[in-house]
Design a protein around this ligand. Structure first.
Ligand code: NAD
Ligand code: LMR
Length: 328
């Protein structure tokens, strides 16, 4: 089994799970030469549906898929896991903000953090997708005694992908030409998608777009409210794009990213850029290809950026206060 990566996915029978599992089984995270074992967690009443997902995975005959474990026991799901994707939790519905989910979802991450500490592999990495993902990540991290905080990240990659797409569409470019958009703060409508260091085809994004009013207004709002727009259109929250972003995020940890093409990760704050310490906040990060990240140092932030960042950091402090009894 040593050449097989064990990937635990929680909420695996949910809508993100249904898009995510084939991407992982097809080598989307560890590449075309690494076999994967999927270790799938669901709540007990959903095990039958999960078994249906297992049947479908078998029926795909993915060359890289080594095995599928289905369980309602977190310790079985996380056993020796190299990577845990924590998706399982309620999504919001129309008229809700993501932080309204904290009451119901926050407590899930206490038990899962503990189970990761007890059962996961010695080099585990944990990616939190379930909302509100920053603060859920903080809960899991604080309850996973003995697992270093750096192993935990939460997902703003979807916001970064959304920001890249909006910039490309406006500039008449392709989204793959857009680099270095930063997502500061919370995966919520206070997030700050910062274009000031972004490039489009090697040119400063502000120059390529040539419309500051659009950048400061409609661009920001579209990215901040994109999740809500999808819920209004689909009646359900994003799943296909969320699954792709989760794979992009996890793959970024195992590939090298330099400061010229930084990745959006929410990580435990060390106070960089004036971010309050002890929250899980979005930063521009480099990665070393071995599962490790660093916050990109030394980027300039103008007054506009400082003001926007302060709003989203404050929200993360408020969320932390709301869950202070869950932090282990
Ligand atoms: P869903 O309701 O379709 O699926 C969630 C699944 O989780 C369900 O099958 C449910 O049974 C399962 N579940 C609930 N509690 C669990 C537990 N304790 N252990 C294991 N499984 C559990 O929801 P979805 O659309 O797949 O979304 C899942 C989460 O991801 C939501 O919180 C959603 O808001 C969030 N999300 C985050 C992002 C992001 O960018 N960070 C993007 C999209 C969705
Ligand atoms: C998203 O950004 O699409 C997700 O976080 C789902 C949501 O609640 O908006």
């Amino acid at each position: 089994m040593s050449n097989v990566k064990r990937v635990a996915v929680t909420g695996a029978a949910g809508q993100i799970g249904y898009s995510l599992l084939p991407l992982i089984a097809n080598g989307g995270i560890f590449g075309p030469n690494v076999k994967v074992q999927l270790q799938l967690l669901e709540v007990t009443p959903v095990l039958n549906a999960l078994n249906g997902v297992r049947m479908e995975l078998e029926d795909c005959a993915f060359p890289l898929l080594h095995g599928v474990v289905c369980t309602d026991d977190p310790k079985v799901a996380f056993k020796d896991a190299d990577l845990c994707l924590l998706v399982g939790s309620k999504p919001r519905g129309p008229g809700m903000e993501r932080k309204d989910l904290l009451q119901d979802n926050g407590k899930i991450f206490i038990g899962q953090g503990r189970a990761i500490a007890e059962a996961a592999g010695p080099d585990v990495r944990v990616v939190v997708v379930g909302n509100p993902c920053n603060t859920n990540c903080l809960i899991a991290m604080k309850n996973a005694k003995g697992v270093p905080a750096e192993r935990f990240t939460a997902m703003t990659r979807l916001d970064q992908n959304r920001a890249k797409a909006q910039l490309a569409l406006k500039a008449g470019a392709h989204w793959s030409d857009v680099k270095n958009v930063i997502i500061w703060g919370n995966h919520s409508n206070t997030q700050y998608p910062d274009w000031h260091h972004a490039t489009i085809g090697g040119k400063a994004a502000a120059q390529a777009v040539n419309d500051d009013a659009w950048l400061q207004g409609p661009f920001l709002k579209t990215v901040q409210e994109r999740g809500k727009a999808i819920i209004e259109a689909r009646g359900k929250s994003s799943a296909l794009s969320a699954a792709q972003a989760a794979v992009d995020h996890a793959k970024s940890l195992y590939t090298v990213h330099t400061a010229a093409d930084s990745v959006a990760l929410c990580v435990y704050s060390d106070g960089s850029y004036g971010t309050p310490e002890g929250i899980v906040s979005g930063f521009p990060c480099t990665t070393d290809g071995k599962g490790n990240w660093k916050i990109v140092p030394g980027l300039a932030m103008n007054e506009f950026s400082k003001q926007k960042a302060a709003i989203t950091w404050k929200e993360l402090l408020d969320e932390r206060e709301m869950v202070k009894d869950l932090l282990g």
